[in-house]
Design a protein around this ligand. Structure first.
Ligand code: ASP
Ligand code: MG
Length: 422
């Protein structure tokens, strides 16, 4: 008997039939003696539908008053799915109650459309659990100090579930989704990709930040901070499969590097096409140039990922960095109109047709030659590397976007990721 949090994504909640199915699964867990808290997403497509209605009524605006209403609007999606799930559970013969974020309350800051959870009051939920009820808490939303409804950013129900699990000190947080776990890479790119039984929290963080969209990145950060054991598993198995089998399925995101961890040096290949590269050529190499370039970029609220400064030649150097593609035009304009003239740089060039491919693995800490193996695999495919960056547990390269799939496949093979580790 344990306190367990289940989270169901939009697809799992996608129709009344699927909601009834979720209720049957949750009922199975409750009848096995667990105290159950369930955090659902809105029915699939619902959040998009609501936000599109807002745009139909009036063009989007950038102010708080408008964003407040977007949150008030979008939060209804989860309120509906949560109530439907409670009704379905009651029909299964269980006592069940659903709460919106403000009813719990899940307190957030006031950053509408991207609020952060600050605290969760668990009193009401604990009382219901003690009274034998299944408690359903809307994902994606909270309430600020002034009583405004807030939302946590797209995909935010993952974070709600992990935050609730942390606050309740749940034994495990199970994220039921439309994939059956975390893979060595995207199976749509590499059909031989293998599901990982376990992945370390740090690896998951790297993979989530680099385009592996299984979990909202903030939920992984949260799980790390509060040490919430997290499991990603499929909601499309038959609801009546053996509960012990279900409890071990999917991928466990674990904290200890215990003996059960798969001992691969590289655990996964991540990639993303969301970046663009910008270079300033012929910048005078004087103290403070990196600061002058990146300081101005940061001032404009543009996030920078990879950065490279070349060795200088006759007092001049080249400076390159990557930004999100959405910020590419703005960043290039800023450099051309403002920074390059100020610094006396020769030219600003940019390239949005790039991608970033990374190898990730905690085993890289204790093994040498991992990066060189990566570079060899890419060179054997004739793929030119434009930028490189490394951290303790990953190596990333920027390459031409047209070679992305080739690179991912070559690396997956080079690191034997299609093979079950010994
Ligand atoms: N319904 C929200 C969204 O579509 C939150 C979530 O599903 O996690 O982004
Ligand atoms: Mg999601």
């Amino acid at each position: 008997m344990a306190l367990i949090v289940h989270k169901y994504g939009g697809t799992s909640m996608g129709s009344t039939e699927r909601i009834r199915n979720v209720a049957k699964r949750v009922a199975k867990w409750a009848r096995a003696g667990h105290q159950m808290v369930v955090v659902p997403s809105a029915m699939s497509g619902e959040t998009n539908r609501l936000l599109a209605l807002a745009k139909e009524v009036a063009p989007a605006k950038a102010d708080d008053a408008y964003h407040r209403e977007l949150d008030q609007l979008a939060a209804t999606g989860e309120q509906a799915s949560s109530a439907l799930l409670a009704i379905a559970l009651q029909a299964e013969g269980l006592a069940a109650v659903s709460y919106s974020g403000w009813q719990v309350a899940i307190k957030t800051n006031s950053a509408f459309t991207k609020a952060r959870i600050e605290s969760i009051d668990d009193a009401r939920v604990r009382a219901d659990l003690a009274a034998g009820k299944v408690v359903i808490i809307t994902g994606f939303q909270g309430v600020d100090d002034a009583g405004n409804v807030t939302t946590l950013g797209r995909g935010g129900s993952d974070t709600s579930a992990v935050a609730v699990a942390a606050a309740m000190k749940a034994q495990e947080c199970l994220i039921y989704t439309d994939v059956d776990g975390v893979y060595t890479t995207d199976p749509r790119v590499v059909p031989e990709a293998r599901r990982l039984k376990t992945v370390s929290f740090e690896e998951m963080l790297e993979m989530a930040s680099m385009g592996s969209k299984v979990l909202q990145i903030r939920s992984v950060e949260f799980a790390g901070k509060y040490k919430v054991p997290l499991r990603v598993l499929s909601s499309f198995t038959p609801w009546d499969i053996d509960i012990h089998e279900e409890a071990k399925s999917g991928t466990l995101i674990s904290f200890e590097e215990d003996e059960n961890m798969e001992q691969a040096v590289v655990s996964g290949i991540a990639f993303n096409r969301d970046e663009a590269k910008i270079s300033l050529l012929g910048v005078p190499d004087t103290p403070g140039i990196a600061y002058q370039i990146l300081g101005a970029v940061a001032q404009a609220n543009i996030e920078v990922d990879m950065i490279i400064q070349n060795v200088s030649h006759e007092g001049k150097t080249d400076f390159s960095f990557t930004v999100h593609r959405n910020d590419f035009a703005r960043a290039t304009d800023l450099l051309k109109s403002d920074i390059a003239p100020k610094l006396g740089a020769r030219q600003v060039i940019g390239d949005a047709k790039i991608c970033k491919v990374s190898i990730v693995g905690i085993g890289m800490r204790s093994h040498v030659g991992v990066a060189s193996k990566m570079f060899r695999a890419l060179s054997e495919e004739g793929i030119n590397i434009q930028m490189i960056s490394t951290s303790e547990i990953k190596t990333s390269v920027v390459i031409d976007e047209k070679y992305m799939e080739l690179a991912v496949r070559a690396l997956h093979k080079a690191f034997d990721l299609d093979q079950q580790p010994a």
